[in-house]
Design a protein. Structure first.
Length: 85
């Protein structure tokens, strides 16, 4: 699920979807705008469901690469993540 397996292709693995999310997160965005932007991209993950998208957001949050501030998803760099610990 997090990594590709025999049953889950590399385009459906949560880390791959997370990479697409981080690529599109160049500025703070609402969850709905991030979802819409990700679905609009031609190189994005095919047949992505909203549930799988939220799981990828959860994984990225647990990894410390993004946060949810003021109703928007924001990218957290390595320096910000270390400063909070």
């Amino acid at each position: 699920m997090i990594l590709p397996t025999k049953g889950i292709g590399s385009d459906k693995a949560l880390l791959s979807i997370g990479a697409f999310i981080l690529r599109d997160l160049d500025e703070p965005k609402t969850v709905s705008r991030l979802w819409a932007d990700l679905r609009r991209v031609e190189e994005g993950p095919p047949d992505l469901t909203f549930d799988w998208f939220v799981l990828a957001l959860d994984l990225l949050y647990l990894m410390g690469t993004l946060d949810y501030l003021g109703g928007r998803v924001v990218r957290v760099g390595p320096l910000e993540a270390e400063g909070e610990a």
